[in-house]
Design a binder for this molecule. Structure first.
Ligand code: SAM
Ligand code: GLN
Length: 284
């Protein structure tokens, strides 16, 4: 006899909790294995799992108990309402980054009422920013770059499954986009200082790609390079949006204001009240 849904769920949640891991991961795994939404899962908790579901659930629960993030275990994360395949060659897209996409769309629509715009996403990872932007603004022409070929393979897959036509290019920072001018540049670059590693959770530090997380110069390296390169690459009317670490607001604000002396530069907080995005745009 296999366990019922609620029995397997209860047992896996307790085992995770005992190890100091996130118990909610068991529910996400169960939704994935049974292909049920959260609502139907709770309506059906007394159903027994099939042999195959039971076996799959506990094989993957073992990976959760080893500390692997649930998104890598099930191979998927949702971002801006769209499904994204993820594996350990890409950062798991974060909800804070959805706020960057939302803010860029809102500001972009005011700045570019003609809609036919060129957009670049630097360091696209899973393609989360580029794909969701393109889906929300279909008339835009979107280019996405990454230094990692592994990340680009996943991003291309996500663009295809979501039906987003995107030009992917491999290379270092602005190199792949340096021969054109852009209306909008978006980036969530690596920004964690190496010294912060000891404060990070094992789920992130032991499983996510370090070249997506860490940056030299106290985490500011990529912003310095972007502030240096982007002035030559932006059209007259432009918008730049970069995600930042919660302590980096003043430093990154200063870098962009110095690079674009006449632009409007704003630091925007995330839903948790932490500095999270710098917007830099043409000032009318
Ligand atoms: N944009 C995705 C997101 O928001 O979920 C991923 C962001 S992740 C923090 C940073 C990405 O930058 C990684 O995919 C990494 O491979 C890429 N990257 C690191 N160094 C780079 C470089 N020198 N040039 C271009 N991309 C780089
Ligand atoms: N927000 C991510 C984290 O805290 C870091 C992403 C990044 O470096 N851009 O794990």
């Amino acid at each position: 006899m296999t366990e019922k849904i609620y029995e397997a769920l209860g047992r896996a949640s307790s085992l995770l909790e005992e190890k100091g891991l996130e118990p909610h991961a068991a529910q996400m795994l169960m939704e994935f294995i049974t292909k049920k939404s959260r609502a139907t899962l709770f309506a059906d908790v007394r159903e027994p799992l099939t042999e195959q579901q039971h076996e799959q659930f506990w094989a993957k629960a073992t990976e959760l108990l080893e500390g692997r993030p649930v998104q890598y275990v099930i191979g998927e994360e949702s971002f801006y309402g769209y499904p994204f395949k993820v594996d350990n060659s890409v950062l798991i897209p974060r909800p804070e980054t959805e706020e960057l996409v939302y803010g860029a769309l809102e500001r972009g629509r005011k700045l570019f009422p003609n809609k036919l715009i060129t957009v670049a996403d630097i360091g696209t990872g899973s393609g989360a920013i580029a794909v969701s932007f393109k889906k929300e603004w279909p008339e835009s022409s979107v280019t996405a770059t990454d230094i990692s070929e592994g990340a680009l393979t996943i991003a291309r897959h996500n663009a295809m499954t979501n039906g987003a036509d995107i030009d992917f290019r491999q290379g270092d920072l602005t190199a792949p986009i340096a021969h054109e001018k852009w209306d909008i540049v978006l980036s969530n670059p690596p920004y964690i200082a190496h010294a912060e590693a000891e404060l990070m959770s094992g789920a992130v530090l032991d499983h996510e790609p370090h070249n997506a997380l860490f940056a030299e110069e106290d985490g500011l390296y990529f912003y310095r390079k972007l502030a240096e390169d982007l002035p030559a690459l932006m059209n007259k009317s432009f918008l730049i949006a970069v995600e930042i670490g919660y302590l980096q607001g003043p430093a990154v604000h200063k870098l962009f204001q110095e690079a674009f002396p006449t632009a409007l530069v704003e630091t925007v907080k995330d839903i948790n009240g932490k500095d999270r995005i710098i917007f830099c745009e043409t000032c009318e």
